[in-house]
Every structure is written in structure tokens, then in C-alpha cells.
Design a protein around this ligand. Structure first.
Ligand code: SF4
Length: 347
């Protein structure tokens, strides 16, 4: 049977207050229920013990609380945790907790499947089924924050939108989730600890700058040569590097926030000096740093990690040009939790 009741957590505090006023109650009741939903994480109206029985019944008749459920939690030998998260409509997304001595980072999903079709990415095989709601994104973060406290004795310190989906293709919901994560009603985290990682949607990067989002921006670049980038990230044919460059210049002019380029070097694809030279040229447009990421092969085996000499050649060339570069070892490979491996194999 189709459930037509609205998810109560889709309402803002003000909308909830207005709902109660429209019911002839006090707006204060809205604040009380809001606190149950967000500060106390109530999963049922029955949990709201300081709200009268009649009010709980009225809420039950009008709304549902669509909480996510961690269906399966896997732990990697390196400490990484992957959650398979069941949504209210039985779809599944994945999120990952990456612990290091200094920080614990949540890598969260923004869509079920993905709108884009990067050839090296396991999520791309799923196609986009739907966008996640703000509360579904927020709940992933809360679940990981709880795991961070339980297993590593510290709260979550950072969040990256680098799980399943292209976050800028679900802009409004991602930004609402960020608002909740950073607000006092939510987790109260600094936006500076949140990174949105995009494959590079120029129009939305500009919007992010216009909206004065205080978050950090990362771009999955992988090639600074249009022909090659289009081969591995076909949407580059619609949004070529020139458009991306302009959007990033716009972002930097407005935010003064340095950009991170995520970059994987693959054998026979982008492992030649001309590829590294093109990256160096691209890096000169706006202040940036480069993360060279180790690749995790997905099953079809078309893409292979380049030799360590090729990675070293990139590192050397970037450093010689004064560009900060970090080589990132992959985490959670044994549980398919590494970058580009999220594809619901655990479900
Ligand atoms: S790399 Fe990111 S944007 Fe590209 S298909 Fe995978 S999830 Fe989507």
C-alpha cells in the first residue's frame, strides 16, 4: 500500500511551528517536536514522552519518521568501517568511516546510484535511482559519528561528500543537510570540516560560490586534457575543461578558498609526461593542491593503477612547480570501501 504521509523531518522548525499553530496549538509545541526529531534522534512519535498522547496520535495520523537503518556494518583490517544503509523505500546506499591517528572522516553518499557515468567508478554501473533527502544524508553522518565515538573514542572530525552520487546534482538537499550538520540543532560542526567533492559541474560550482557556502571544494579531475577526460568521464563533452576552469576561477574569486584536485593515474591512460604537464598548467589557474589517489580496480578490470614511477613523475613535476601534492594510499580495500568501489555489493 502506498504511504502518502509526509516525512515530518522534511519540515523546517518554522514549518513545524506553523503546522501546530494551524492545528490550534502553540508554536512552542513545534519546537518541542523538532527537538525530539533532531537533538534526541527520536525514531517514533511514541518516544516523545513530554508530548500529550492526543498530539502524538495526531502526528502519527499526519506524518511518518523515515529513519535510515544501518543494515550491515563491515570493518576493514585497517580500521575503516563501511555501512550499508537501508532507506525507507528499501533502496541501499553506502557510507564509510575512515580513521587516521589525527581524525575520523565520514565519506557519505548523496544519491542512490549516480547521474554520471565515470568509466572507472563502480557506482556508475548502478545508474541514478533517486536523490537522497536531507535527513537521509544527515542520518548517515549521525550513524558514523556514533561509530566514531564507540570505536575510536572521539567524535567525527571531517565529512567528505565522496560516496555514491554527484553531490552537486542533488544541490538543494545536500545544502540542507550541510545546514543541519553545521547548526546548533544538529551536530554543530564547522563547515570548514566539510568537503564537497564534485566531478565538476560548472554552473553548480558557481552557485555554490554565490550561496557563500563556507565548505571546502574538491574536484575529481583525473585528466587536464579534454580528449582523455571525455573518454573516462563522458560528461566532460558537455562541460569541458574551459568551462570548469572559469567556474573554479569564479569560486576562488568569491571564496578565496583553495581547491583540491583528486587525481588518479592509470596505466596507458594518463601516465605520460604530457599528462602531468597538462595538470601543472591547469593547477596554475587557481590556488590548489593535488591529491594523487591510489586506484582500486573494480571488477571489469579496464583500468589499472599506473606504475609507481608514473606517480612519482607527477609528484616531482608538481613539486617542481610549487604545487602542494599528497599521495593518498587507499583505505578499506578489503571491504570494497575505497574510493570508486561503492556499489552496494554488500546488499
Ligand atoms: S565518480 Fe562520482 S560522479 Fe563519477 S560516476 Fe562515480 S559517483 Fe558518480
Amino acid at each position: 500500500m502506498k504511504n502518502d504521509k509526509k516525512d515530518i523531518r522534511a519540515l523546517t522548525k518554522q514549518q513545524l511551528q506553523e503546522f501546530f499553530v494551524a492545528q490550534g496549538d502553540k508554536s512552542f509545541r513545534g519546537s518541542q517536536v523538532y527537538e525530539w526529531l533532531w537533538n534526541k534522534g527520536a525514531h517514533s512519535f511514541e518516544d516523545m514522552t513530554n508530548v500529550s498522547k492526543e498530539t502524538r496520535k495526531m502526528l502519527q495520523d499526519n506524518f511518518v519518521i523515515n529513519h535510515i537503518r544501518v543494515d550491515l556494518m563491515q570493518r576493514s583490517s585497517d580500521g575503516t568501517i563501511k555501512n550499508a544503509v537501508k532507506l525507507h523505500d528499501n533502496l541501499t546506499v553506502e557510507s564509510v568511516l575512515i580513521p587516521t591517528p589525527k581524525r575520523t572522516t565520514a565519506c557519505v553518499s548523496s544519491q542512490v546510484g549516480c547521474s554520471l557515468d565515470c568509466k572507472f567508478c563502480a557506482t556508475a554501473t548502478l545508474k541514478r535511482m533517486r536523490n537522497l533527502n536531507p535527513d537521509e544524508i544527515y542520518d548517515q553522518v549521525v550513524a558514523i559519528d556514533n561509530e566514531s565515538r564507540l570505536y575510536f573514542d572521539k567524535p567525527l572530525s571531517n565529512i567528505v561528500f565522496m560516496g555514491m552520487g554527484e553531490p552537486l546534482m542533488n544541490y538543494n538537499n545536500v545544502m540542507k543537510a550541510v545546514e543541519k550538520i553545521t547548526s546548533k540543532d544538529g551536530l554543530g560542526m564547522s563547515p570548514k570540516r566539510i568537503t564537497i567533492s564534485t566531478s565538476g559541474v560548472p554552473k553548480m560550482i558557481k552557485k555554490l560560490a554565490d550561496d557563500e557556502a563556507k565548505i571546502k571544494l574538491a574536484v575529481s579531475l583525473h585528466s587536464a586534457i579534454d580528449e582523455i577526460r571525455t573518454q573516462i568521464m563522458p560528461f566532460n563533452a558537455t562541460f569541458p575543461l574551459q568551462d570548469l576552469k572559469e567556474a573554479l576561477e569564479y569560486w576562488y574569486a568569491k571564496t578565496k578558498s583553495r581547491i583540491t584536485y583528486e587525481y588518479i593515474v592509470w596505466e596507458g591512460i594518463n601516465d605520460q609526461p604530457k599528462d602531468a604537464e597538462a595538470l601543472v598548467r591547469f593547477c596554475k589557474y587557481v590556488p590548489c593542491k593535488v591529491n594523487l589517489i591510489e586506484y582500486n580496480p573494480i571488477d571489469d578490470g579496464q583500468f589499472q593503477q599506473a606504475s609507481s614511477q608514473a606517480t612519482h613523475m607527477y609528484e616531482k613535476m608538481l613539486e617542481q612547480n610549487g604545487i602542494t601534492v599528497t599521495v593518498r594510499r587507499s583505505r578499506g580495500k578489503d571491504i570494497d570501501a575505497a574510493c570508486g568501489q561503492l556499489a552496494n555489493k554488500s546488499s
